[in-house]
Design a binder for this molecule. Sequence first.
Ligand code: URA
Length: 433
Amino acid sequence: MNIQDIIANKRDGKKLNADEIKYFVEEYTKGNITDYQAAALIMAIYINGMDKDETTLLTLEMAKSGDILDLSTISDNVVDKHSTGGVGDKITIILMPIIASLGIPVAKMSGRGLGFTGGTIDKLESIPGYRTEIKVEDFIKEVKKIGISIIGQTANLAPADKKIYALRDTISCVGSMPLIASSIMSKKIAAGANKIVLDVTVGRGAFMKNKEDAIKLSNMMKSIGSLANRETVCVLTNMDEPVGYAIGNSLEIIEAIECLKGNIPEDIKEIITTIGSYIIKLAGKGDNLNDNKLKILENINNGKAFDKFLELVQNQGGNIEYVKNVEKFEKAKYILPVTSKEEGYVYKLNAEKVGKISVDLGAGRLRKEDSIDKAVGIVLNKKIADKINKGDILAFIYANNKQKGEKAVEELLNAYEIVKEPVKKEEIILGIV
Ligand code: URA
């Protein structure tokens, strides 16, 4: 068997067999297949797709490419959460400390930015000192000690996904159903939790642009989960516009901290209460979803969730003075207002465009080896359905390069669509699969 034949088969639209998929995953992980050969195969998969059997085989091979963790010493029911990606998506950073504050262990491995979407690990690293690379034994110890740890995917956890994920990001091959399903489920299977709640984002700022595709992806991931004995629930959430108001690494951490202090935008509140209510249910800590939502809000209001976040940051070496006083975060050099030239109501705010503007400002990567600028990004002032007067500030651009900042102002203005008639707010939770 050789990689050229496998690439040719997928290029010609053929179905790959188990041996071909195993060969590709094993040899690419070992470094015996080059990045350009892997890129050709990934592009062929992106264009020609994979059926359910191929996707399942790819997922299981990727999960087996490294360690499979055993979290059973933490609890009988360990619940994991993952998002298919979005713009301004800081849900993990807000929700997981809340869940831990309710006595449910959180052992969470998160990813870096992908395409026009941000990544939890890049965001957490904007807290000075916060360590995201921790050995598995220590990760489990931390969860036993304080009930929560959020780290990056360890070197030997689904290493095949690690390589393919970084490659996809830079060859415009992210938005593919079999590649997303295998990427997420391989990591979730390897990460050891026996229950999984997935935030499947839908809309302009998501990889699944419509509900039908999101349901298909959800069913694919659920069926892979059940084959691997992982009970999986998918919550479909609206990603037409960004989540919350901040986009960019430290800007999103600041917003997450504000949420944990009780200042939560409505969309974030709906997402964390819905996803959180399923996490609590799967953890065996409450069957009534409405009661679970109340428990979440209660632990925000009584400060327990914020205290748990402080404990998490301190335990992972982060400087908690930044969490206590967000003014300490380094500010971008230029903070430029985006001003409306018309009046009316916001009809659309294209989240994908917003994500790309943020990446261009330096908040994301254009090449695998790029570093990112933690301080840059966007803070929205107006979102869908908001009333606008001429001269109102729609958003602020945070830039460290004046030219890039000015370009971003123009582009963000174009991401807004303003109409004369009042607009209805869109639904946030679009379904449960
Ligand atoms: N999140 C992942 O972990 N992988 C993807 O492919 C998309 C989102």
